[in-house]
Design a protein. Structure first.
Lengths: 721, 276
């Protein structure tokens, strides 16, 4: 009897396991078998070859690919500006421009491209020299153009008119729970001959997807259902619809044959769905694409942009391939001179291609495709400590507890043998120079990214509000001045960010840290007492800082809010008193900040020094295969970073700053003065305090003495264990 | 004479695997423990040992681990023996009961700890227990509860199975001689199943040394209250700080101490078995 029960149970378990596969679903009844709209290019029903087509030296924002294999793209550049570029067989065809291009697309078979000029808010037709041919539409306001489909003389534009983060929008986890987020997308139709723009009235369109026939597809969310629809331009209407709730919210879509290829928040990598049976399978697992323009279908190939590695990758059948222009780049690093380990293309403040050009070396990258983002630094450090030889140059942060080992004990190759690096090190401010030396005085790395928080303010507004600049000498006087003068607008200091910064500053200015002080007690009481809640970036909840802040929609999360503020920094010149901003923001947005004055961040005590965050460093693996080349590469990198100015204000001598800096500007001078007398931040157990004691104290679960006792105990253990 | 050779050949793949995965890395770690750090590789003899043994937090961690090990093993073994015997008396050979017993062992720690935080408020045990004297060990109470709940089931199954194998003739005969249930347990069953008890104890000890994950999930910090700061906390923190020489030194000391304890137990157990 027992055996029988056991056997039945086993069978049930096997059946259950077989049925719960994430990518396979039972066939559904409402299929579209035999439908002509989903039966083109059947050759691509199985994708089994993966080729690296092109590995970008830039962070690509929008991409479009022609049949001949050339590629046009816009990319994020310095100072927030966007550059466009185009490549054929890896060679640049279109001259980069400093126009603020929001969207770019090849214009059918002509030697021209459609661009969205974000500054003038118009759609334009340009030639390959980026010379304006004609304006297609004027006064076309767009926060984001998600895609354009060209059909004959018509262009169908999926546009997000206004910044969705400024409006109340559906939270991913809320409402029907099907993951739909309404960003306000709307499809417009542009007559390319007459320039007449009409609103099709079709909303809730998630993506558009072209076909090689006369029609195209819309992936939408209508009436609480996801669906793919076929749009006939000749009839100006949707002619066929298939429900797609199995797929959910999709980022990029391509229809080839009877399969729908997509990326989504519910499935990893690129998946495909049989439109008849609704069976889903994973095509490529370890890639990230999240915009419709990341997908392109040419002949029998699906071409996509992998945003982890910034590589354009071709998927095709074993027989089919792009007829021209394909090249295989060395993602396996077999031919590279030096291999750099970094988190992802967004994470590094330089372009690999620029560095290759400067150093004359072929650089291989060891990035996210091989190591997932989660715990990236720890994994890299474990590789380093384990004597792994794969990576020659590591790009790491220093904020973790391992930072001390990197800095003091020198787990990396000493760089003193390089005159370039030694000379560079001697040019840094003393505290930066010392930071990059081990306890035995050897140089262990070079700074790639450093930053500091300051206030960007308008003294006349501060004075007219009754605060006076003297009230910004320390945080107590600032809070007191806000309180006394009953300031209700014009100040943006996210309480939680500021609280963290103050705590970091306190620990960096006091070694060993004594938390049982009047100053720390005052900090806890002033900063964390009286908040109604904690955990959702509740800057608006701080009794004083929240009251003084009146710019944005309170429903925004902290990150959205920061992004919004960065986009419209000091938007209201008349009412803004001061905003908490980073040095890099001030340097990168000179147009926005040129009228503002740099004010040092009010600290717990006016005797404390401001702290510089060393966010990213480059070090050499002592076990690497190419140590000499790695040193040469770091020399080139050091020079490149200095020229680009991305490592922040770290040089004593103003003449050392590259062309990227306006050393005569007030902003530069103000930042430089703060940097002159700063120290390097040391976070220690700040993260731990921030996630344990502070929330518990804020919620009233523990009193101040208990919080201080616990924090001190942790600090002692951290220092002495 | 052929027999040992044959057994050795059969065991050889396992021994090689064990050597490759455990013994060789351990000796490499031991080598690191004599170095200043793994990059400069300066041989410093016992400096790291002096540093680690002299460190107040290592001693604190060792004390807490020892207390937890004794308390945890004692509690689990006691509860398991009692429950196993009760099961033997009432549900002899019930596979459903055994299946249920295994469930806590199979549930992931994250889910277990999340549930136990509803029973034991982490705020109380993190901040409101005494910070000196015996009171500090109150911080171990929630961890101990999680440990007992997770491991008792498995140990009960092991002990209960062993108890079932005790020949009925012996217990029946003792019944006729007037031995009560308690006497049968202490005088007959437990001595007979001593090898199984030893195995269960070893398993419990091993599991008690793996409690770090639950401790971390419960207290959500690298630095739990003084009474719950275990050797694994000490080692993991040094791992995060890349102090591998101190980590390996602590590991070697730990292995020596645990090896000695297990050796003593094993010796006692072997003596007992031979006497029987």
């Amino acid at each position: 009897m027992n055996k029988l029960i056991l056997t039945v149970c086993l069978i049930l378990i096997v059946l259950w396991l077989g049925s719960c596969s994430k990518t396979e679903h039972e066939p559904q009844a409402d299929n579209v078998a035999g439908n002509d709209y989903f039966s083109q290019n059947t050759k691509m029903a199985t994708l089994d070859v993966r080729n690296i087509y092109y590995q970008s030296e830039r962070v690509i924002d929008v991409m479009d690919i022609r049949r001949d294999g050339s590629m046009v793209f816009t990319s994020m550049g310095e100072s927030g500006a966007r550059f466009t570029g185009s490549l054929k067989n890896g060679e640049e065809r279109i001259k980069p421009t400093d126009l603020f291009i929001g969207f770019i697309k090849y214009f059918t078979d002509e030697e021209s491209i459609i661009t969205y000029n974000a500054e003038l808010e118009q759609l334009e037709l340009r030639d390959y020299d980026m010379e304006l041919q004609r304006v297609l539409v004027e006064d076309f306001h767009s926060f984001e153009i998600k895609d354009i489909i060209l059909k004959g003389n018509k262009a169908y534009i999926l546009n997000v008119k206004d910044n969705p983060y400024e409006e109340e929008f559906h939270d991913i986890e809320s409402d029907e729970g099907d993951g739909y987020v309404d960003y306000g997308e709307r499809m417009y139709c542009l007559d390319l001959k007459t320039g007449e723009m009409t609103d099709t009235g079709i909303t809730n369109v998630i993506t558009l997807c072209d076909s090689s026939d006369s029609y195209f597809y819309l992936y939408t969310h209508q009436g609480e259902h996801y669906q793919i629809s076929v749009y006939e331009p000749d009839k100006d209407k949707i002619v066929h619809t298939v429900q797609m709730d199995e797929a959910g919210y999709l980022f990029s879509v391509a229809v080839v044959g009877d399969r729908l290829y997509f990326t989504s928040m519910n499935f990893e990598g690129i998946c495909s769905m049989d439109m008849t049976t609704k069976e889903i399978r994973t095509e490529v697992g370890d890639v990230t694409t999240y915009r419709q323009c990341d997908f392109d279908v040419i002949d029998d190939s699906l071409i996509f942009l992998d945003r982890q590695s910034m590589s354009v990758i071709t998927l095709c059948t074993s027989n089919g391939s792009l007829s021209s222009g394909r090249k295989t780049a060395g993602i396996e690093n077999e031919e590279s001179d030096v291999v750099i380990g970094y988190m992802d293309a967004y994470n590094i403040p330089f372009s690999i291609a620029e560095l290759e050009s400067k150093s004359g070396m072929k650089i291989g990258s060891y990035s996210s495709p091989k190591l997932s983002d989660s715990g990236f630094y720890e994994k890299m450090l474990i590789k380093l400590m384990a004597g792994d030889r794969d990576v020659d140059v590591f790009i790491l942060g220093t904020s973790g507890s391992y930072g001390a080992k990197l800095c003091q004990d020198g787990v990396c190759l000493p760089l003193d043998s390089s005159d370039v690096i030694s000379t560079d090190n001697s040019k840094y401010f003393d505290y930066i120079s010392e930071f990059f030396k081990t306890s035995s005085g050897k140089i262990w790395g070079i700074p790639l990214l450093t930053d500091i928080y300051v206030l960007a303010g308008f003294p006349e507004n501060i004075n007219s509000a009754g605060m006076g600049e003297e009230s910004l000498t320390d945080f107590s006087s600032m809070l007191s001045a806000i309180d006394v003068n009953n300031i209700t607008e014009g100040i943006f200091i996210p309480g939680d960010y500021y609280g963290y910064e103050l705590l970091c500053n306190y620990t960096s200015n006091n070694k060993p840290v004594d938390y049982d002080t009047d100053l720390f007690r005052r900090y806890m009481k002033s900063m964390w007492d009286g908040w109604t809640m904690y955990g959702d970036y509740g800057y608006e909840n701080h009794p004083l800082l929240g009251k003084a802040y009146k710019y944005a929609d309170k429903s925004e999360t902290g990150d959205q809010h920061i992004a919004a503020v960065e986009n419209r920094l000091l938007v209201d010149r008349n009412t803004t008193l001061f905003n908490m901003v980073s040095e890099s923001d001030m340097l990168n947005y000179p147009d926005i900040f040129n009228e503002a004055e740099v004010i040092p961040m009010p600290l717990l005590s006016d005797s404390y020094k401001q702290i510089v965050h060393v966010n990213l460093v480059a070090v050499i693996n002592p076990y690497g295969k190419n140590k000499d080349k790695a040193i040469k590469l770091l020399e080139s990198l050091s020079e490149l970073i200095r020229e680009n100015g991305t490592n922040g204000l770290i040089y004593k001598d103003i003449t050392n700053y590259g062309q990227g800096f306006d050393t005569e500007s007030e902003v530069f001078r103000g930042l430089y003065q703060i940097r002159e007398n700063a120290i390097v931040a040391e976070s220690g157990i700040v993260g731990d305090i921030y996630t344990n004691e502070i929330p518990a104290y804020q919620r009233g679960e523990i009193d101040l003495d208990t919080a201080i006792k616990s924090v001190q105990r942790k600090e002692d253990a951290y220092r002495n264990e | 004479m052929n027999r040992p050779k044959k057994w050795f050949l059969l065991a050889l793949p396992g021994l090689l695997g064990f050597a490759l995965v455990y013994i060789v890395p351990f000796f490499e770690s031991t080598y690191y423990s004599f170095l200043s750090d793994i990059f400069s590789k300066v041989f410093v003899w016992f400096t790291n040992y002096k540093k680690v043994i002299g460190n107040v937090y290592f001693r604190l961690a060792t004390r807490n681990t020892a207390v937890f090990l004794v308390a945890g093993c004692f509690a689990v073994m006691l509860i398991s023996v009692i429950v196993s015997y009760c099961l033997l008396l009432s549900f002899r050979n019930s596979s459903i009961i055994k299946g249920i017993m295994l469930i806590p062992f199979l549930i992931p720690s994250a889910a277990v700890v999340s549930a136990w935080t509803k029973v034991f408020n982490p705020i109380y045990f993190s901040y409101k227990i005494p910070d000196r004297g015996v009171g500090v060990f109150l911080a171990q109470v929630p961890i101990l509860a999680i440990f007992i709940w997770k491991n008792c089931g498995l140990i009960i199954i092991i002990i209960n199975t062993a108890m079932q194998r005790v020949p009925d003739e012996i217990t029946e005969a003792s019944k006729l001689d007037g031995a009560g249930a308690l006497k049968r347990l202490t005088r007959i069953i437990l001595p007979v199943i001593r090898p199984n008890l030893f195995f269960a104890l070893m398993l419990t000890m091993t599991e008690s040394l793996k409690i770090y994950k639950d401790c971390y999930l419960y207290y959500k910090t690298d630095y739990p209250p003084e009474g719950a700061y275990f050797l694994q906390n000490y080692m993991n923190n040094h791992f995060a700080k890349l102090d591998y020489e101190l980590l390996t030194t602590a590991t070697v000391i730990f292995v020596i101490v645990v090896g000695a304890v297990v050796g003593v137990f094993y010796h006692r157990q072997s003596e007992g078995r031979f006497c029987d």
